[in-house]
Design a protein around this ligand. Structure first.
Ligand SMILES: Cc1ncc(C[n+]2csc(CCOP(=O)(O)OP(=O)(O)O)c2C)c(N)n1
Ligand SMILES: [Mg+2]
Length: 298
């Protein structure tokens, strides 16, 4: 992601499997770093989700999506649909890493007149395909998008990022049935299973497990991975890519993640859904992030 080509469609990250894991790991670190800087401007935000989902976002943007950074509406692009509007902070960081929005713009996150509102909105931000704050609708929109692309004869793939809270919604499961019924083989969903929702732990709000068996029963190709392990993620997304075809089984990757991942100070914080972080803590967070990254890179 460091050398950005903004005019032609981006080739997928090249090199060996290890090279591609390295590219995703570095991008994930920078996404986390951006998210801390963005959160600091307002003193709060959905920072924990960005840290937890950084490895998923980095893997998809470095290794899976075809797009033109300088032409975000290019017709041939793969679509990345963020259902969970509040995860926009992480998505903006990924869009900046991908060269679709300038890194310097990130600090406007959540400010008046910014193109980067706290909840993702398609009319505000290049690369934000849908307005996803009303949870449980992203997968239905993804199903419609794949059907529309099929109708146009396009082979573009559609990715939908969901949270585990969205699995409480009946509309998500209706969409899952529709995707199987229409054999939407170009659809790949990923679920950030951080075991948390606004109201508390997911298993106390609504027990949705066993998720692998549920998605399988709905006719999907299911993989469950450590969502904070870029090698495991890359392998799963490569498997999904190998499985993708215009008519076939839709794919879902269930990603177990940890809120605040990479910053120990935030990993065990109570009320992690919307974090308030004290002024003096932001630099500590950045230090913890870079220390951890250096340790794993050794
Ligand atoms: C249809 C709908 N119902 C309720 C909400 C309010 N809401 C916003 S975030 C959230 C939590 C959803 O769970 P999840 O996305 O897993 O939370 P997180 O992991 O980010 O804590 C809720 C209920 C909403 N945005 N949309
Ligand atoms: Mg959650």
């Amino acid at each position: 992601m460091s050398t950005l080509d903004t005019t032609t469609s981006r080739p997928l990250a090249e090199g060996t499997f290890e090279d591609r894991v390295g590219a995703a790991t570095q991008a994930a670190y920078r996404i986390r770093h951006h998210a801390l800087n963005m959160g600091e401007v307002q003193g709060q935000g959905y920072v924990g989700q960005a840290l937890g989902a950084a490895d998923i976002l980095a893997t998809v943007y470095t290794s899976q999506l075809t797009f033109r950074a300088g032409e975000p509406d290019w017709e041939g692009r793969d679509r990345f649909l963020l259902s969970t509007g509040h995860y926009a902070i992480g998505h903006y960081a990924a869009l900046a890493e991908a060269g679709i929005i300038p890194v310097g713009e990130l600090e406007s996150y959540g400010s008046d007149d910014s193109r980067l509102p706290m909840s993702g909105m398609s009319t505000y931000t290049p690369g934000m395909e849908i307005s996803g704050g009303s949870l449980g609708h992203g997968l239905s929109i993804a199903v419609g998008t794949v059907l529309g692309l099929r109708h146009q004869g396009s082979g573009a793939r559609v990715f939908n990022f969901l949270s585990d809270g969205e699995l409480d919604e009946g509309s998500t499961w209706e969409a899952a049935m529709g995707a199987h019924h229409h054999q939407l083989g170009n659809l790949t969903a990923m679920v950030d299973i951080n075991a948390l929702q606004a109201d508390g732990r997911t298993d106390t709000v609504l027990r949705t497990e066993p998720l692998t068996e549920k998605w399988q029963a709905f006719g999907w190709y299911v993989q469950r991975v450590d969502g904070n392990n870029t090698a495991a993620l890359l392998e799963a997304f490569d498997n999904a890519a190998a499985n993708a075809k215009p008519h076939g089984q839709p794919s879902v990757i269930l990603c177990d993640t940890k809120v605040g991942r990479g910053v120990p100070l935030l990993e065990d914080r109570e009320k992690a859904h919307f974090m308030r972080i004290e002024e003096h803590e932001w630099q500590l967070c950045r230090d913890q992030l870079s220390n951890g990254y250096e340790r794993t890179a050794l």
